[in-house]
Design a protein around this ligand. Structure first.
Ligand code: FES
Length: 323
């Protein structure tokens, strides 16, 4: 029996005789619930399509209690507050600005301190939204920090356009920021059982920074290959832990410049460097961050080189899907 949850669209496969709340919990969903006996109303949902049986009564529309209702056929239900396995609840926080420094390449490292006593929950690789001055507009930034950093949230902000300059001025003036998090499914809620290849263009490095810091804190033992690409060597910016990262036996750092050959490091495109170094792509897990053109170009090149498309994750796939 299939129960489709709205608004997420998630589908629960229930076994015969199973109640909806019971099945959702078995499948790892976090659900609103209290008494689990049809008394408190906390688990209430709206039946959009299909029929359920509750306390011997057959319902085909309206509100019902998921803790005591069992579907009689495939159903669609509107049930707010349900979190899929690994999904974290969205939170709005007013954070203090604790650091705002230029780190080279027109990039500023911004550190925000979340309020004490409020849980800050996110997975490494997720992003947040900062409220802009007018309260209506929001800007997305990858979290460069990892969950073990607790209240401290780090962002890498490229300040080349007016909009970013305005945001920086806003942060420096107000010394605080209203943020909402966490967003994005390109994360490491679970560590993979195999090597990681992290591909970052420009400040896409922030997301990879979070993943590396999380791997470091979790004692991840498989190889981690970071490919960080910029157009000109001076676009690389300072990464606080870079020297410590270089000491890690399973972390391999590669800087690649696309527009200028002749500098002392590597030249070319990121996917070219990956394919040169890793001849067998069948077992790697790839995380990539950059513009849609760069991400889809990388995806095509790596698939051509033997990677299965499902091995690569990038936020671009969600916010700029290819037709
Ligand atoms: S959990 Fe109390 S009515 Fe369902």
């Amino acid at each position: 029996m299939r129960v489709t949850l709205q608004p997420s669209g998630a589908v629960l496969e229930l076994v015969p005789g199973e109640r909806i709340l019971e099945g959702a919990r078995r499948l790892g969903y976090e659900c609103p619930q209290a008494c689990r006996n049809g008394v408190c109303h906390v688990c209430v949902a709206l039946l959009v399509e299909g029929r359920v049986q509750q306390n011997g009564e057959v319902l085909d529309h309206g509100e019902f209690y998921t803790c005591i209702a069992e579907p009689l056929e495939d159903c669609i239900v509107l049930w707010d507050g349900v979190l899929a396995p690994g999904e974290l609840p969205l939170r709005k926080l007013a954070c203090q600005l604790s650091e705002c420094v230029e780190v080279g390449g027109d990039v500023w490292r911004v550190r925000l301190l979340a309020p004490a006593g409020k849980a800050v929950r996110y997975h490494a690789g997720q992003y947040l939204m900062i409220e802009r001055d007018n309260g209506e507009k929001k800007s997305a930034f990858s979290l460069a920090s990892a969950p073990h950093a607790g209240r401290e949230l780090e962002l890498h902000v490229l300040v080349r356009e007016d909009s970013a300059r305005d945001l920086l001025e806003q942060l420096q003036r107000d010394r605080m920021a209203r943020v909402e998090l966490p967003f994005g499914d390109t994360h490491l809620a679970e560590l993979p059982d195999g090597p990681l290849v992290l591909i970052a263009a420009g400040t896409g490095m922030a997301q990879m920074h979070s993943l590396i810091e999380h791997c470091r804190a979790s004692g991840f033992k498989h190889p981690v290959h970071l490919y960080w690409g910029v157009r000109r060597p001076e676009d690389f910016y300072e990464i606080e832990h870079w020297d410590q990262w270089r000491q890690l036996p399973n972390l391999f750092l590669h800087k690649v410049v696309s527009d200028l050959c002749g500098w002392e490091g590597r030249c070319g495109l990121l996917h070219e460097a990956v394919c040169e170094d890793i001849t067998d792509l069948t077992a790697v897990h790839v995380y990539a961050s950059g513009s849609p053109a760069m991400i889809y170009g990388t995806l095509d090149a790596l698939v051509e080189a033997g990677m299965d498309a499902h091995q690569m994750r990038a936020d671009v796939f969600a916010y700029a899907p290819r037709p």
